[in-house]
Design a protein around this ligand. Structure first.
Ligand code: PLP
Length: 399
């Protein structure tokens, strides 16, 4: 008998993918230049030369049998050593190769961490708005999702609202900064407040509440803002990291889980993550990509285009009457829908060939996400459509 849950997941596309596929079909009909597609978070700048150079060098110089062979399940020892040393140096913390488990991107890091830390019948708290796949990943473990809304002015989590949502079934909280879809970067003060609540509540309920820090956008920040390193604030943390966005290689699938060595029972958590990777059939992260990483530590794609896009969009859209909180990181702008129904506004925008994702699937209705990881010319071409869409919507609202 078919697993109906999986059938439903596989036959219904996510709202983001749905819009992207619509855009693809529309581009084939009316031409690429005439569709203003802001649906997907696919990096638009090429990977740094160091990535391609390392790949070429490895292919040319390393014995192909070892280069393309299986590595240890948790990842090549030398690669893990190099990444651990880099993390230790950057954040002034003591981590070692045995705290790192290499994965096929952040998605796999999240599914491994959740499978390791969460049991059926428990609850995982998501801070809305959130990356929609979290819900899929959590529900697969047999746990339930509990949603806590972030503050509207800052899109930062509100520690007291978090406290109210915690109960004895709470196993973990997923935190994502820099954030998809808002571009918010949580301040040190905010992280401290969240950590305090989690510590107090863990003591009250008598078991640790894990913090899963999903950080694929860690290096994508603007105006020199710094991103607090979560394990330095809360011990029971597992970081889920990915090189997809920082090195513009999302299709290559490489990232890691980092278990804070200071966490209670950190070695047992690490073993459970290895077990989860095994149960999920990941075997090992792609070998070639693993070996590329030590050559690219501390390197990020040129994100100046994202910054230019961010400023252009924010200035122009504010002029047209849109409301948005300035994003400090990632490559998303989260605009308030000019009319209460964001899905309806997304439909109005579509009439102007403008593809914006309504925020309902992010757990925070009334907004739209703009992925500005596109060529700046695409934004310039789309500006009239942005202006016409808001004018249309407001005209319709008055009628
Ligand atoms: N987490 C967030 C917040 C994301 O935006 C994404 C991808 O867009 C992922 C996780 C998955 O990243 P990866 O491609 O590394 O699996």
């Amino acid at each position: 008998m078919l697993n109906e849950k999986m059938y439903r997941l596989g036959s219904a596309r996510s709202e983001i993918r749905e819009l992207f596929e619509y855009g693809r079909a529309r581009k084939a009909e009316i031409g690429e230049e005439n569709v203003h597609d802001f649906s997907l978070g696919n990096p638009s700048v090429p990977c740094p030369d160091e990535v391609s150079d390392a790949m070429a060098k490895l292919i040319k110089e390393v014995d192909p049998v070892s280069l393309h062979g299986y590595t240890s399940a948790q990842g090549d020892v030398k690669v893990r050593e190099a990444i651990a040393n880099d993390i230790a140096k950057r954040y002034g913390v003591k981590v070692c190769k045995d705290d790192l488990y290499l994965t096929v991107g952040a998605a796999a890091a999240l599914t491994c961490a959740l499978t390791a830390l969460v049991c059926p019948g428990e609850e995982v708290i998501l801070l809305a708005p959130f990356f929609p796949e979290y819900k899929v990943f959590v529900e697969r473990t047999g746990a339930a999702v509990s949603i806590v809304m972030c503050d509207e002015e800052s899109f930062e989590p509100n520690a007291e609202n978090l406290r109210k949502a915690i109960n004895e079934k709470t196993a973990a909280v997923i935190i994502n900064s820099p954030n998809n879809p808002t571009g918010a970067v949580y301040s040190e003060e905010c992280i401290r407040a969240v950590a305090k609540v989690l510590e107090e509540c863990s003591n009250e309920i008598g078991h640790p509440i894990y913090l899963i820090a999903d950080e694929p956008y860690r290096e994508l920040v603007y105006d020199g803002i710094s991103v607090p390193f979560i394990p330095s604030y809360y011990t029971n943390t597992v970081v889920c990291y990915s090189y997809s966005k920082s090195l513009s290689i999302p299709g290559e699938r490489i990232g890691y889980c980092l278990v804070n060595p200071e966490a209670n029972d950190s070695q047992r958590i690490y073993a459970a993550i290895c077990g989860a990777g095994r149960a999920l059939g990941f075997v090992c992260a792609p070998s070639l990509l693993q070996k590329v990483i030590p050559h690219c530590l501390g390197i990020t794609s040129d994100i100046s285009v994202y910054d230019e896009n961010r400023q252009l969009l924010l200035t122009k859209l504010t002029d047209y009457g849109y409301k948005a909180v300035e994003p400090k990181g990632a490559f998303y702008l989260f605009i308030k829908s000019p009319i209460p129904d964001a899905k309806l506004f997304s439909e109005i925008a579509k009439k102007h060939e403008l593809l914006l994702v309504p925020s309902d699937s992010f757990g925070y209705p009334g907004y739209l996400r703009i992925s500005y990881c596109v060529k700046t010319e695409q934004i310039e071409r789309a500006l009239p459509a942005f202006r016409e869409a808001i004018n249309d919507a407001l005209r319709g609202d008055k009628q």
